[in-house]
Design a protein around this ligand. Structure first.
Ligand SMILES: [Zn+2]
Length: 151
């Protein structure tokens, strides 16, 4: 039986118990954009979709815009990204979730350069924007994967 080494640096420890505890668990929970979107929708509308404009409960998913609902009464379009740090970003939900996971599990945070390498992003600017947006509101990225922990 292999014992885990106790001399792990604090920055490498997973400090927050509500988060997925391992990369494997995280990957099982959020394997693709659909899983991430479903999670966001469930977190936001636990009782089913509610239009933020008129409060109507019926909407359809648009084919032309990813993970966007259109209210069947007032026709307002609402993305699962709306009101989150991901709003207006072209990066996939999966990338955001991975970035959130990495930043949340490294107590000293992650530099843009580290995110860039770890996530294999094409442009360094994307990584920089990602890190900058999350740095402004730490709670908002923690909310991505653990709403109850974000307070
Ligand atoms: Zn509406």
């Amino acid at each position: 039986m292999i014992e885990h080494k106790a001399n792990t640096l604090p920055s490498e420890a997973f400090a927050v118990v509500d988060f997925p505890r391992s990369l494997l668990e995280f990957q099982r929970r959020f394997p693709d954009d659909a899983a991430c979107a479903a999670y966001l929708a469930e977190t936001r509308w636990p009782e089913g979709f509610v239009c933020p404009e008129c409060g109507h409960g019926k909407a359809w998913r648009l084919d032309t815009k990813a993970w966007t609902y259109e209210c069947s009464r007032c026709h307002r379009q609402t993305s699962v990204r709306a009101g989150t740090v991901m709003h207006g970003s072209k990066l996939s939900l999966t990338v955001w979730f991975w970035a959130a996971y990495l930043m949340a599990t490294h107590s000293n945070g992650m530099s843009a350069r580290q995110l860039w390498r770890q996530l294999g992003l094409g442009s360094y600017k994307s990584a920089w924007l990602l890190a900058a947006k999350m740095a402004i509101k730490p709670a908002s990225y923690k909310m991505l994967i653990a709403p109850e922990a974000a307070g």
